[in-house]
Design a protein around this ligand. Structure first.
Ligand code: PEP
Length: 296
């Protein structure tokens, strides 16, 4: 059973003065058992968000808190790299990191081999990683979406010695995010079935790369203008394990709705019949979904 994850990518929004309050509000309104929650603020807000998330008011009934993630990491451990942040510098500030986001591929010229180096650096430092892949609109329209994403996954992971999953607390170190570039920040979303087909394709590539258990243990999130209204279409797909949320993750009402829906999926995955059980019902805090999400 794969875990259900909702990760918030705040992008270049919030300041150290207001990020803590927003994180606390979101954390206190998303206490669904079995949902791994991650908030990824800008670097300068990591400490404020981590401090704000230490309180008991954000802890779910299964004992899990909200983990803190960075939005990027440098591939080298230290050195003359002005303005950069290495994985070891994130110790005590973040336990997750987003790698290969399309906005960094676009704006910072990040390539698959470079992203692979970031993955290695992050893993060596014990960070859980969310690796983003996704096609452009013209690539989808040309019927090349799967081929493009296959090449991205291979380019990031192949030959990098990253085939072993390194499962800790029931969760692999690697989480994938399928984010069609044409859906990010545009209000357009993929169809749930199309996103699920891409999740299957991503796991097929992981299997071809030799990842243990054919990549079946790797969570695949959908990202691209997810809201509380659209999340259900994606979580209805068994191959999709949650969402990487951008714009909507800055809105507590939206996050409350998204995580509430994710909680239904988490409860259904814990129920042998597969029927949704209301989060918080007896039994909802047992089983592998009840792991304490790593906190910073
Ligand atoms: C993202 O930044 O990963 C993202 C999915 O953004 P949005 O939800 O705003 O499209």
């Amino acid at each position: 059973m794969r875990h259900v994850i909702v990760a918030a990518n705040w992008k270049m929004n919030t300041t150290p003065a207001d990020a803590g309050e927003l994180a606390r509000t979101i954390g206190s309104r998303t206490r669904e058992p079995g949902v791994i929650r991650v908030i990824c603020p800008p670097y300068v807000c990591l400490a404020a968000v981590g401090d704000a998330l230490r309180g008991p008011e954000i802890v779910a009934a299964d004992g899990s808190g909200v983990a803190v993630g960075a939005q990027n990491v440098h591939h080298e451990p230290a050195g003359a790299f002005t303005g950069e942040i290495s994985a070891s510098m994130l110790a005590g500030l973040a336990t997750w990191v987003i790698v290969g986001h399309s906005e960094r591929r676009r704006d910072a010229g990040e390539t698959d081999p470079l992203i692979g180096r970031k993955l290695r650096a992050a893993r060596a430092a014990g960070l859980r990683t969310i690796l983003c892949v996704g096609e452009q609109l013209d690539e989808r329209e040309a019927g090349r979406a799967e081929a493009v994403v296959d090449a991205q996954v291979r380019g990031c992971l192949e030959g990098a010695g990253l085939d072993a999953l390194g499962v800790e607390d029931g969760l692999p170190w690697l989480t994938m995010a399928y984010e069609p570039v044409w859906a990010i920040g545009t209000g357009r979303t993929a169809r749930g079935a199309d996103a699920a087909a891409m999740a299957v394709a991503i796991r097929a590539t992981l299997a071809a790369l030799g990842m243990s258990n054919g990549g079946q243990d790797v969570p695949v999130l959908y990202g691209g203008s997810v809201t509380s209204g659209s999340i259900g279409e994606f979580l209805a797909e068994p191959d999709i394990d949650g969402a990487l949320v951008g714009g909507a993750s800055l809105k507590p009402d939206e996050m409350a709705g998204i995580v509430a829906r994710a909680g239904m999926t988490a409860a259904a995955r814990r129920t042998p019949s597969g029927e949704p059980g209301a989060p918080g019902e007896p039994g909802a805090s047992t089983g592998p979904g009840a792991l304490a999400a790593p906190t910073a």
